[in-house]
Design a protein around this ligand. Structure first.
Ligand code: PXL
Length: 269
């Protein structure tokens, strides 16, 4: 019996990301963000994190072959409207995800280059970063590094990126990604400023800095890229989507709730 792929009109966003038991980041958070935008998502896990609200204590990568098989079976049957990647735990994982994104011609791809948690060991090593640059970023509709991630990808420093964010964006676009949102592109002052760039334009994404809860909040990066994906799937212009997603995450930060002894969890739903 041949299986015919469903041609459903339901728009399904896919997250390829790590699992966070606190529900504040990773695929658990992504699915909530999709739901908040009216979309019912699919998810393929790349790693099981041991974490609480204080820190990521350990990361257990899922075998890249298994990630590939789960993704391949899903994509052979279900047509997804777009995908985002979050935590990828090895060069092999990056490569298999890139191959399947290519083979299935996934046109909308948001890459959150999650290289390290705020507290805990790096998720992706140097080989993995090179694979991300060479294989996954050329397929990206948009990618969303913070200053540290941009510095790691460019072999530069946080300070140098912060000093010349436009130059950094141009260098980041050389990966082949269609657009970049450099988070914290202008880090100081009363405003939270990110920088959007694509081949034609730069846009400053400026909002008054929100007062976060003491101890900080967890999951903003995941929420931003999931919201971006949801908006891009809906056909939004990427620069507009970046600003709308940023505003949405700001509101989620304003309503963040403490759920444990450490960082507060964004209000995603
Ligand atoms: O915020 C980055 C991130 C992404 N994905 C998972 C995480 C974290 C940070 O802790 O645990 C699964």
């Amino acid at each position: 019996m041949t299986k015919s792929r469903r041609r459903s009109s339901v728009r399904i966003p896919l997250t390829i990301a790590g699992s966070d038991p606190t529900g504040g980041a990773g695929l658990e958070a992504d699915l909530k963000v999709f739901a908040a935008f009216g979309l019912s998502g699919a998810a393929v896990a790349t790693a099981l994190t041991e974490q609480d609200t204080q820190a990521v204590h350990a990361v257990h990568a899922i075998d890249a072959k298994l990630v590939g098989r789960r993704l391949a079976r899903l994509l052979a049957d279900v047509r997804v409207a777009g995908a985002k990647t979050g935590l990828l735990a090895s060069a092999e994982q990056v490569k298999v995800v890139a191959r399947l994104v290519r083979e299935h011609a996934i046109e909308v791809l948001a890459v959150d280059p999650v290289l390290a948690p705020t507290r805990g060991r790096a998720f992706l090593d140097e080989r993995g970063r090179r694979a991300l640059w060479r294989e996954l970023l050329p397929l990206a509709t948009v990618f969303t590094p913070n200053l540290d991630e941009a510095a790691a990808l460019l072999g530069s420093t946080h300070a140098a990126i912060a000093k010349h964010p436009e130059r950094a964006c141009r260098a980041l676009l050389e990966s082949g990604a269609k657009a970049v949102v450099l988070k914290g592109g202008h880090a100081k002052g009363k405003d939270a400023v990110d920088l959007y760039a694509d081949a034609r334009r730069f846009a400053l994404l400026t909002l008054p800095r929100v007062r976060t809860r003491p101890g900080g909040v967890h999951g903003t990066g995941c929420a931003l890229s999931a919201a971006l994906l949801a908006l891009l799937i809906g056909g939004a212009d990427p620069a507009d989507a970046a600003m709308v997603a940023k505003r949405w995450v700001r509101t989620a930060i304003e309503h963040a709730e403490p759920i444990g002894s450490g960082r507060a969890r964004l209000r995603l739903a």
